[in-house]
Design a protein around this ligand. Structure first.
Ligand SMILES: [Zn+2]
Length: 57
């Protein structure tokens, strides 16, 4: 499932399991399940990153 970090200035979107409790970016236990819009944004970011990697390689 996708989580969103609620820490101020972080707002990191990441994939984790149902046992995930900490943000891998800032390490704080201040996460919540991502909303539908945030999940879409997450997959959009990942897709863009893949496309960019393919073009540069
Ligand atoms: Zn964070």
């Amino acid at each position: 499932m996708i989580f969103c970090c609620q820490t101020k200035c972080c707002h990191f979107l990441f994939q984790g399991s149902d046992r995930t409790t900490t943000c891998p970016d800032c390490g704080k236990k201040n996460i919540r399940p991502a909303t539908r819009e945030e999940r879409i944004a997450y997959f959009h970011q990942r897709t863009e990153a893949l496309v960019r990697a393919r073009h540069s390689g």
